[in-house]
Write a protein that binds this ligand. Structure first.
Ligand SMILES: [Zn+2]
Length: 80
């Protein structure tokens, strides 16, 4: 069993339609990996986000490439 995936969503203060997914990652020197979010279809390194902090839906899946290698989806705040 791997450890549960710990994350939170932090909206940007100047534009709450954008933000970051902050994932606890033991392979990162800061202990975190950041993924850019916005309310539009995913492009390059930016993921689509439903704008919810408590029950985020993020697409496509998050893949911690070059880090811990975890690959998962977040739908309505639930990791699968
Ligand atoms: Zn990772």
């Amino acid at each position: 069993m791997s450890a549960p995936i710990a994350f939170y969503v932090q909206p940007r203060e100047d534009d709450p339609t954008r933000g970051h997914l902050i994932l606890q990652c033991s392979h990162s020197s800061s202990g975190e990996c950041h993924f850019g979010l916005w309310g539009r279809p995913a492009v390059d390194i930016t993921w689509q986000w439903n704008g919810s902090i408590d029950k985020p839906t993020i697409s496509p899946s998050i893949n911690c490439k070059g880090g811990c290698g975890r690959h998962f989806t977040i739908t309505d705040g639930t990791v699968r």
